[in-house]
Each structure stands twice: as C-alpha cells, then as structure tokens.
Design a binder for this molecule. Structure first.
Ligand code: FAD
Length: 289
C-alpha cells in the first residue's frame, strides 16, 4: 500500500519506528521485535538506514519482515555515505521485495571526507528525483520544524524543502520536537511556501536521562523548561523517568490530534513496550489499524 493513501485522508494514523541490527546474527531477535511491534497494529512501520552509526545492511530485510505482518513498511534510504550505484542496487532490492514506500534522506555527511564525490548525491532532492525515475515508489522526506542544523535560517531550509517536494516527495516526516507550538508555527510557514503535502509529526518518547543529552547534542533540539523539570526531578530514577517520558509523549500526541494534526510517527527505537503503553493511553482517542 502506498502511504499517501492513508496520509491524504482525515483518518488519524500512528506509526512506529525500528532500526535494523548491526550483525546478521541478531536478525532473528529483531524479527521478534517486529512481531511485537506489529501486534500493536500501527498504521505503518518505518525502518531506519544507517542512522547514528548503525548499519544499513538489513533495512530492506527488516522492512520485508514488517510487510509479512500485513503492515505497510516505510524503508529509509540515505545517500551521503553511498555511491549512486549502491543506492540503485538498494532500489532494485526494494522492488524485488515489493516494498513501495521509501523515506529518502541525504544522511549525515561523513566527517573528514570529500563530499560529494562525482558518483554521489548532494541533497535528498537529487536522490528523490532519481528514485522517482527508477520506479513507481511512494517517496517521503524529512523536515525540521526548528530548521535543519546546517541551514542558516528556517526560511532557507524551507526553500530547499520545497525543492524536495517539487522533486517528487509526496509526504514529510518531522524531526522530533518537544513543544507542539514549534510544529504549529512550522506548518504555517511551510504552507505559506506552497508545501502542501501531508506532514507526519515525529514524537520521541524520552524514557531515560542519557537519551535527552544525546538528542540535544545530535539535533540541537530546543527542550522546553517543562520537560527539563521532568528530567531534573526524575532523571536519576529510571522507572519514574520512563513513566514521565511516556506521559509527556502521550500528552504531546493528544494535543496534536486535538489540533487537527492527524498523522503521528512515534520514534519507538525498537521498544514495543514503550509504544504499547503510549497506544494504551490513547485507546479511546486512536482506533488501531
Ligand atoms: P536534505 O534534505 O538534503 O537537507 C540537508 C541540508 O541541506 C539542509 O540544511 C537543507 O536546507 C540543505 N539543502 C538541501 N538542498 C539544498 C540545496 N539545493 N542547496 C543548498 N542546501 C541545500 N539519518 C540516517 O542516517 N538514517 C535514517 O534512517 C534517518 N532517518 C531520518 C528520519 C527522519 C524523519 C529525519 C527527520 C531524519 C532522519 N535521518 C536519518 C537524519 C538525516 O539523514 C539528517 O538529518 C541529514 O543531516 C539530512 O538529511 P535530509 O534528507 O533532511 O537532507
């Protein structure tokens, strides 16, 4: 199923995220995680590609495993660390496995490397145009409600986002944010720039103290005082921090849905228990697929 069939309706959707194993020996265990996550009946499940130093070798295989559970898979595909030939071979693999949804990303530029080399893509928009030329995929891209860290201004970033949409990106998933007003402001600005594809709001349940430090250092996200107070008060009590993080994410999602943001992606980080608790908290608000 093409995800835009879901995302262009008014129906509320909640999706989850998985990352693939670093070694093939871990694959069986990861397939169990897919099964546990699939039992929660998310609208779709996305599988990352080489994110934060992880591997990309098993993304297609794990995405294919997701579809065995009759849940649409969204396979991420990044290009900054790959040649165009490597990207083309992954596209062929996706076709073979009949996976029709791709989240096309540039990825982070490898440190101390000449970039781009002649056989590399410079921006996600170039990758998107090429995927479109190579097959009938439903292509999504990333967007950044606080602006991408490399962009000088949010408006410059939005201009490039528009190029991405014009290149064939049919929907967007946001970087995580911890204050919903940041997303609402972003949506107005994006619309005023003519970016009118569905935007899926990315929510990260922060369930331990180390996670928030990593997030801020990687993405430069703004963390509101209300959330910092939670980390200060409960950060050294793992069970309390987990419960408060789940409650905070639930609260964000309820506010989004109440304000008409119908599509939410939970950065579940291979934790079906966390995803399950959030969905249980929403049982009267969100009817599972
Ligand atoms: P782009 O859209 O290419 O943008 C990157 C920067 O370049 C921006 O500052 C943009 O304004 C600028 N830019 C774009 N076009 C131009 C142009 N024509 N001229 C000048 N500047 C331009 N990383 C992974 O490694 N694996 C994953 O699975 C993964 N999944 C992600 C999922 C989501 C929802 C998000 C939000 C991010 C994800 N990332 C992942 C991280 C992502 O790869 C990085 O944030 C990366 O730095 C940017 O990727 P992009 O696709 O947004 O790049």
């Amino acid at each position: 199923m093409r995800l835009t069939e879901l995302l262009k309706t008014d129906q509320v959707t909640i999706s989850c995220e998985l990352f693939p194993p670093k070694q093939g020996a871990q694959l069986a265990n990861y397939k169990n995680i897919v099964a546990d996550m699939a039992a929660l009946k998310p609208a779709y499940m996305s599988v990352t590609y080489g994110a934060t130093g992880g591997t990309s070798d098993y993304t297609v295989e794990l995405a294919s495993e997701v579809e065995k559970h009759q849940i649409p898979a969204l396979a991420h595909l990044t290009c900054a660390s790959s040649t165009k030939e490597k990207v083309a071979s992954v596209i062929e693999e996706l076709k073979e496995k009949q996976i029709s949804n791709i989240l096309a990303l540039r990825g982070d530029i490898p440190q101390n490397a000449d970039f781009p080399l002649p056989n590399q893509y410079r921006h996600a928009s170039e990758l998107i145009a090429d995927i479109k030329a190579q097959g009938d995929f439903c292509i999504g891209g990333a967007c950044y409600p606080e602006g991408h860290p490399e962009a000088d201004t949010i408006f410059e970033d939005l201009d490039h986002l528009k190029e991405k949409v014009d290149a064939g990106c049919e929907f967007l998933t946001t970087q995580m944010f911890f204050d919903n007003h940041i997303l609402y402001n972003f949506l107005y600005k994006a619309l005023s720039r003519g970016i009118d594809v569905p935007v899926v709001a990315g929510i990260m349940p922060v369930t331990n103290k180390a996670q928030i430090k990593r997030i801020v250092s990687l993405s430069g996200n703004m963390v509101p005082p209300r959330f910092l107070a939670i980390v200060d008060r409960f950060g050294d009590n793992p069970a309390a921090m987990r419960q408060a993080g789940i409650a905070y994410a639930t609260d964000q999602i309820i506010d989004l849905i109440a304000n008409g943001v119908n599509h939410v992606h939970i950065y579940t980080m291979n934790k079906p228990d966390v995803a399950g608790e959030i969905l249980d908290n929403l049982s009267e608000i969100y009817v599972r697929a």
